[in-house]
Design a protein around this ligand. Structure first.
Ligand code: CAA
Ligand code: FAD
Length: 380
């Protein structure tokens, strides 16, 4: 067993760490306050190859492995989880889904633009009545021979307004249940496609989350991904990899908050000594460090499974379940270690605590991860 990162992985990790410190940290508090999408930072991340990390270079990608992707997600998320979710959706839901299941023509038309960051993508599964219960799709894509007519509403879509290319899951044949669902590539500007207002959120406020409304949108049949009825499996298979990205995001939020708390505890004095000399604080740091390291092992293991061609439904669900809990627990303790300063914006940890919560909700809630895990272990 070898836990050593390769030279290339260490290099990409350092590039992401430097970028996060130099380009994401300045203005992160203001962007959170104003709910400002980090457009300039996304442009710079595209130049660094972070928008299509795992995509084959022949489609403009960086051709990296999933471990490198997780390392980048972790480093970006230590500083700015709003920026990292934009990266995660574009890489593991949109680019990966298109590269793995799209036709050659779809890849030529859309993938290079997405992987080079000329435009960004969105993944549209959730609906007002179909979140965890994802097979209950109400959005319809009615077959009209050479095209589909799309009607319905999607909820909570990350990159909702900033994206130009949307992978939309919709029901074509209700009689067939989940086997009647399709995944369609929809472009911004197609007649009848409207973007709803921006959600005012607790955390990841720099990412833009919108509902999407489809009124008789005509989508050419060549924009369907895979065979007729493959849409639900497309979503599930894509989300299994997406969960590695969100697990790495949760790990990064936890590690970022821990690093700030450790530093603060060695500077802040109370009762004549640094607070890190009080065992109650030192033990909190010990717990945080141990849990973060355990989460890191689960996240890297899931990424490794994917790179090795092993099944990773179970390992990605376990990584997301555990890392998101660690993100929540660690950020709460980081605020506690900062005392009153933890409650004000300048010290970052209150934002991290707010950002951590979403990792237990999106790409499958923690309860849904337990369904995936329990079904998998009971099948064995
Ligand atoms: N790979 C391949 N196929 C899969 C699969 C997987 N990982 N998981 C399920 N399937 C298949 C099943 O085999 C089944 O097909 P067959 O009938 O042919 O065997 C079919 O899909 C239906 O599966 P289930 O019977 O297990 O379906 P279910 O209704 O019980 O639901 C679920 C399963 C795991 C709960 C699923 O609905 C789910 O994952 N829900 C959560 C949805 C989610 O994660 N949404 C995230 C939206 S994107 C997002 O959030 C992005 C962001 O924030 C940034
Ligand atoms: P519900 O499904 O209504 O769940 C409510 C509660 O009930 C949860 O605690 C849930 O765990 C629990 N529950 C439900 N069913 C069960 C069960 N069978 N057993 C036990 N407990 C259960 N979606 C996209 O498609 N694309 C995106 O880009 C995207 N981005 C998002 C960004 C943000 C900021 C947010 C908030 C959401 C985003 N989502 C996105 C949607 C997200 O994936 C859903 O919110 C999530 O899957 C949960 O669905 P729901 O909100 O409908 O909750």
């Amino acid at each position: 067993m070898d836990f050593t990162l390769s030279e290339e992985q260490l290099m990409i990790q350092k590039a992401a760490r430097d970028f996060a410190q130099n380009e994401l940290l300045p203005g992160v508090i203001e962007r959170d306050d104003a709910q400002k999408f980090p457009a300039e930072q996304v442009k710079k991340m595209s130049e660094l190859g972070f928008m299509g990390m795992m995509v084959d270079p022949k489609y403009g990608g960086s051709g990296l492995d999933t471990i490198s992707y997780a390392l980048v997600m972790e480093e970006l998320s230590k500083v700015d989880a709003s920026a990292s979710v934009i990266v995660s959706v574009n890489n593991s839901l949109v680019c990966w889904g298109l590269e793995t299941f799209g036709s050659e023509a779809q890849k030529e038309k859309y993938l290079t633009r997405l992987s080079t960051g000329q435009c960004i993508g969105a993944f549209c599964l959730s609906e007002p009545e179909a979140g965890s219960d994802a097979t209950s799709q109400k959005t319809t894509a009615v077959d009209h021979g050479d095209h589909y007519i799309l009607n319905g509403t999607k909820n909570w879509i990350t990159n909702g307004n900033s994206a130009e290319i949307y992978l939309v899951i919709a029901q074509t044949d209700i009689e067939k249940g989940h086997k009647g669902i399709n995944a369609l590539i929809v472009e911004k500007g197609m007649p009848g496609f409207e973007i709803g207002p921006k959600e005012n959120k607790l955390g990841i406020r720099g990412s833009d989350t919108h509902s999407l409304i489809f009124n008789d949108v005509k989508v050419p049949k060549e924009n369907r991904i895979g065979e007729d009825g493959f849409g639900f499996k497309f979503a599930m298979k894509t989300l299994a990899g997406g969960r590695i990205g969100i697990a790495a995001q949760a790990l990064g939020i936890a590690a970022g908050a821990y690093e700030l708390a450790k530093k603060y505890s060695k500077e802040r004095k109370a009762f004549g000594t640094e607070i890190s000399n009080h065992q109650a604080i030192a033990f909190k740091l010990a717990d945080m460090h141990t849990q973060i390291e355990a989460a890191r092992h689960l996240v890297y293991k899931a990424a490794w499974d994917k790179d090795q061609g092993n099944s990773y439904d179970l390992s990605s669900a376990m990584a997301k379940l555990y890392a998101s809990q660690v993100a929540m627990d660690t950020t709460i303790e980081a605020v506690q270690i900062h005392g009153g300063n933890g409650f004000v914006k300048d010290y970052h940890v209150e934002r991290m605590m707010r950002d951590a919560k979403i990792t237990q909700i999106y790409e499958g809630t923690s309860e849904i991860q337990k369904i995936v895990i329990s079904r998998s272990i009971l099948r064995e």
